[in-house]
Design a binder for this molecule. Structure first.
Ligand code: ATP
Length: 617
């Protein structure tokens, strides 16, 4: 049998952008949400605006490749955003279309649709058959179409056409094509043939009811349509084009989905892979990435040869207009647009009237503009108490799980620390990204805490004991060596406190800070005076002036200005911005050790480098 060899692809090796469209679903009347109106609206076929939560008299404008408003039909979405990329599949190129967005914002509606309003998937498959049929016989190629259908659930690849199969591996061949050995590939000869396989397989998808969506997709559903064309004459060239049509699981805020237990675990996997997808799309669209992090999740690994490179990709970001989706919408838009947003000038009265702002004020009353009339503020307070979706309602509810409480506490902390002057230094997108990253870290911490709590639960008696006890803390079990004992202690210490789980986040933070402050003073002013001997040689007033200058940059500097400091790279600068978002200003320079990764030693070295550099030495 003749062996096939890969023909070098003459196509442009430049990494292509992901085309981004946004679709706003219609407002859904809900007795609890009445009178609120939308928080986001379209401006034209490429632009939309959303209330600015930092100042409800402003909006934030976004520009996209396409904007589909509430009235847009399934056919219009398909024709404008998907149809143009399909002919490439017949020429051996790859493409991907994916629907991204918060849970309940319309991803499944967009991708699958219903029998009377079919979505992108049935329309695209039907179009591929049409395109093949329309090919001229005289061109001399034979076409065959195959389908695979899988879901990525909890970072496992599961074959929806063969539901009894186990987690499948993702491999890359020598030509950098992504393969899934063992995945069913069914040849289909017509649209009805496709339908026959697709409909029952869709029922195998993992869905569940959450607070926000009765039938929420808990996995990423990936439909692969493979078009292989073979030349009839010698040398029987063969080209394979892959089209991925993906209905992603919703990006989730667990306070609002009410997720616990298995739902929370699913949600962790969903958010992780979406976070990685956002990094990949960001890298591709910014065009600056040295390494696109495809390997960081199964989803992006699978899409590696169909996202970026010479592939054609479209992301349809689904958003919902109701206020209860506000933060999810804001996050989704920031993920989708990255640098494209513009902060508006203050809203005119006329425009404010069109977009009611009370919910935004309510959600952020602690950090709002402070200009709202007292009467209205009172009304909003009342509403907050009644509204179960309000962060503060969760915060005060003793029956809510502690994980949610702590996430809400974090969010609340962020809201309370809004300082207009400080925030004006940051672009909205940038700061949201930082918050997002911090939230990811917080989630990691939460999942560790949950694991920890489970361990504690197994060991302790069935009585109502605190979740954390000093003899159940795994970190304490680690034998510490003389050299790292101090470091370990700084972490273990807070867990020795007998406190309910829900207070852990705060306690841990405080304790670590106290401990680290101690470490710092040890290191900045060591007993032998060796470490800071350089300081003692400087004039006190000059030293103090330099310290103040550094503190000023740390408190008000933009990303660029922070990176201008000695020993502050991109990552550390972002962490500092994120810390400021949550906690406000650094009161003392020594507070910098509270920023993740800034140890006492690093702080000493940071101070030395910056003071000497400020003095021109
Ligand atoms: N453009 C639209 N027109 C009419 N109804 C819509 C539209 N978009 C979504 N819906 C309706 O909104 C509800 C939620 O939509 P859908 O299930 O598609 O959300 P989702 O983003 O896929 O959620 P999840 O991530 O939880 O699966 C459904 O009842 C759906 O029919």
């Amino acid at each position: 049998m003749a062996q096939r060899v890969a023909v070098p692809d003459g196509a442009n090796k430049k990494t292509s952008r992901v085309r981004v469209a946004v679709r706003l679903r219609p407002y859904m009347d809900n007795p609890d949400d009445k009178d609120e109106g939308p928080c986001v609206r379209g401006l034209d076929s490429q632009n939309l605006e959303i209330i600015n939560w930092r100042n409800a008299t402003e909006t934030v404008k976004y520009h996209f490749d396409a904007f589909h408003g509430e009235q847009t039909t399934q056919q219009e979405v398909f024709v404008s955003s998907v149809k143009p990329i399909l002919p490439h599949i017949l020429n051996g190129q790859n493409a991907s279309v994916f629907a991204y967005g918060p849970t309940g914002a319309g991803k499944t509606h967009t991708m699958m649709g219903s029998s009377d309003q079919p979505g992108v998937i049935p329309r695209a498959v039907s179009e591929v058959f049409k395109l093949v049929k329309a090919k001229d016989e005289d061109e001399g190629w034979d076409y065959s179409i195959g389908m695979s259908y899988l879901e990525i659930y909890n970072e496992k690849v599961l074959d929806l056409l063969s539901p009894s199969s186990q987690d499948l591996p993702i491999r890359e061949d020598k030509d950098k094509n992504i393969l899934i050995p063992g995945l069913t590939l069914t040849t289909i000869s017509s649209f009805s043939d496709f339908d026959k396989h697709f409909v029952p397989a869709s029922l195998n998808r993992t869905t569940a009811s959450t607070k926000l969506n009765q039938r929420s997709s808990r996995s990423h559903a990936v439909l692969l349509i493979k078009v292989v064309r073979t030349q009839r004459a010698l040398p029987h060239r063969q080209q394979t084009g892959k089209l991925y049509l993906i209905d992603l699981a919703g990006s989730e805020d667990n306070r609002r989905t009410g997720n616990q237990g298995i739902r929370l675990k699913e949600s962790g996997a969903i958010n992780l892979s979406l976070f990685t997808l956002s990094k990949v799309v960001d890298s591709l669209n910014s065009g600056t990435a040295v390494r696109v992090p495809y390997r960081d999740s199964k989803l992006t690994r699978l899409l590696q040869d169909s996202l970026g490179g010479s592939a054609h990709s479209v992301m349809i970001t689904n958003i919902a207009p109701e206020y209860k989706y506000y933060f999810d919408t804001f996050n989704a838009l920031n993920f989708a647009s990255k640098s494209k947003l513009v902060v508006n000038k203050p809203f005119t009265c006329e425009t404010v009237a069109v977009l009611p702002v009370k919910r935004a004020k309510e959600d952020h009353k602690a950090g709002g503009s402070g200009t709202e009339p007292p009467k209205k503020r009172h009304k909003d307070d009342r509403k907050t108490e009644q509204d179960s979706s309000s962060p503060s309602a969760h915060f005060h509810s003793p029956s809510e799980p502690s994980v949610m409480d702590r996430l809400v506490a974090l969010e609340k902390l962020m809201m309370n620390c809004q300082d207009k002057d400080k925030l004006s230094m940051l672009s909205v997108a940038q700061s949201r990204k930082e918050i997002q990253e911090l939230k990811e870290k917080q989630r990691e911490f939460e999942s560790k805490a949950m694991q920890f709590s489970r361990l504690a639960g197994e060991k302790s008696s069935a009585k109502q004991e605190p979740a954390f006890t000093n003899n159940s803390a795994p970190l304490q079990r680690k034998p510490s060596t003389a050299t790292n004992a101090k470091k370990q202690q700084a972490v273990v210490q807070p867990l020795q406190v007998f406190q309910p789980l829900q207070q852990l986040a705060v306690i841990k933070k405080q304790s670590v800070c106290i401990k680290k402050e101690k470490k710092i003073s040890d290191q900045v002013e060591p007993p032998d005076g060796k470490e800071n001997s350089w300081e003692s040689q400087l004039d006190t007033s000059v030293l103090e002036h330099s310290r103040q200058k550094i503190l000023h940059v740390l408190n008000t500097g933009s990303l660029k200005e922070l990176k201008g400091l000695q020993q502050i790279g991109d990552k550390k600068a972002k962490l500092i911005l994120g810390w400021r978002e949550i906690h406000g200003h650094f009161i003392n320079l020594e507070d910098v050790v509270k920023v993740e990764g800034m140890t006492g030693k690093r702080f000493s070295s940071f101070m030395k480098a910056n003071i000497l550099s400020a003095m021109g030495k």
